[in-house]
Write a protein that binds this ligand. Structure first.
Ligand SMILES: *Cc1c(COP(=O)(O)O)cnc(C)c1O
Length: 366
């Protein structure tokens, strides 16, 4: 689908192959076991944890969107990330993980990989390139969740290539519609599809995408043996959701931009981060590498009480962790131990009408 816009690509990724008499929409195939051919060498689906036709539809759609040769579906983002790390971060290697990114990735590295003999280095987005100079495997997240600093992926990939180290990029926040890490030199994309791709706050899913056949085969083997698999119905729902991902993500980005502009000038706001704001410290890098600036805005209010009052006074905001759904959600990140001030909140913009959500937040802040 080269040369087409993102909504055209997401719609067409969802199985619109014209076969007369076949359904237009994707179809789930719920099955754990498959009829076996007497020709034992014939490639086929045998057992649901190894491969199945519903995953294949989803995986080819995700690979297409990420510009990857292949993709692997997982039961959650953490399922995908931990599988990639188990394969790449072997005992004796040095792994860099984001100090300011998704906190459970840090916990996995510290609690599971470190005792196995992996040297785990935590680096904030701004220190990623420096830390990569001493690493075998680098996991970068951009924009980093929740502070929304943007990592210069082209520069980071150049450093990793010169050291022959492996660069993994967590593309959850930007989505493949906002950022194509593989085209900027990353070796592997990992992501939670729970967020904007599935987009309805009703399921968990994750994926790995890449173009190194040996690496993808090793991760597939890990999925088979460790078993963090995605259910068939969830795979089908992600696939179904991908059809509207272009529309939803466009609206989320537009709402985020409008809310960020309003917050920037609001007296109750100490600071706001959005890579799309020209005065944002990450704006220059974001313009270079991102196609959309995303649906997340980070804001600092006076204290924890101010964040709770914002939600109470609002008619539209939902207090919830996670992001990328159709509702606008607010999450006070210090609640989860993120290294941010008490009044720091991540706002995940939904798909409400832009004027409504801007007016609602503006009113609730005063
Ligand atoms: C949510 C999230 C994850 C984990 O995904 P799950 O689907 O919840 O397992 C990983 N990375 C980032 C950046 C996330 O936001």
């Amino acid at each position: 689908m080269d040369g087409y816009g993102d909504s055209t690509r997401t719609v067409n990724a969802v199985g619109a192959h014209a076969v007369p008499g076949e359904p237009v929409a994707p179809v789930p195939f719920p099955a754990s076991a498959y009829h076996l051919s007497p020709d034992e060498a014939e490639p086929m689906d045998t057992y649901g944890r190894a491969s199945n036709p519903t995953w294949r539809q989803l995986e080819s759609a995700l690979a297409e969107l990420e510009g990857a040769a292949s993709a692997l579906a997982f039961g959650s983002g953490m399922g995908a990330i931990s599988a990639a790390l188990r394969v790449l971060a072997k005992p004796g290697t040095t792994l860099v993980v984001p100090a300011d990114g998704y906190y459970q990735v840090r916990r996995y590295a510290a609690e599971y990989l470190k005792p196995l003999g992996v040297t785990v280095v935590e680096a904030a987005a701004a220190q990623m390139c420096e830390a990569a100079g001493h690493a075998d495997v680098v996991l970068a997240e951009t924009p980093v969740n929740p502070t929304l600093d943007v990592v210069d992926l082209h520069r980071l990939a150049t450093i990793c290539r010169s050291r022959r180290s492996t660069l993994i990029v967590d593309n959850t926040a930007a989505t493949p519609l906002g950022l194509q890490p593989l085209s900027l030199g990353a070796d592997l994309v990992v992501a939670s599809a729970t967020k904007s791709l599935a987009g309805h706050s009703d399921l968990l899913a994750g994926y790995v995408a890449g173009s190194h056949p040996g690496l993808m085969a090793a991760i597939e083997r890990d999925r088979l043996l460790a078993g963090p698999v995605l259910g068939v119905f969830e795979a089908w729902l992600v696939l179904r959701s991908l059809g509207s991902a272009g529309l939803r993500i466009d609206r989320q980005c537009r709402n985020a931009h409008a809310v960020a502009l309003m917050l920037r000038d609001h007296p109750a706001v100490r600071s706001v981060r959005y890579p799309g704001l020209p005065q944002d410290p990450s704006h220059a890098v974001a313009v270079e590498q991102m196609r959309r600036f995303g649906g997340l805005v980070s804001v600092e209010l006076a204290d924890a009480g101010a964040v709770h009052r914002l939600v109470e006074r609002s008619a539209l905001l939902v207090a919830a962790t996670s992001f990328g759904g159709i509702h606008t959600c607010v999450d006070r990140r210090a609640r989860w131990g993120d290294p941010v001030p008490d009044g720091f909140a991540r706002i995940s913009l939904g798909i409400e009408d832009t004027d409504d959500i801007v007016a609602d937040i503006e009113r609730a802040l005063t």
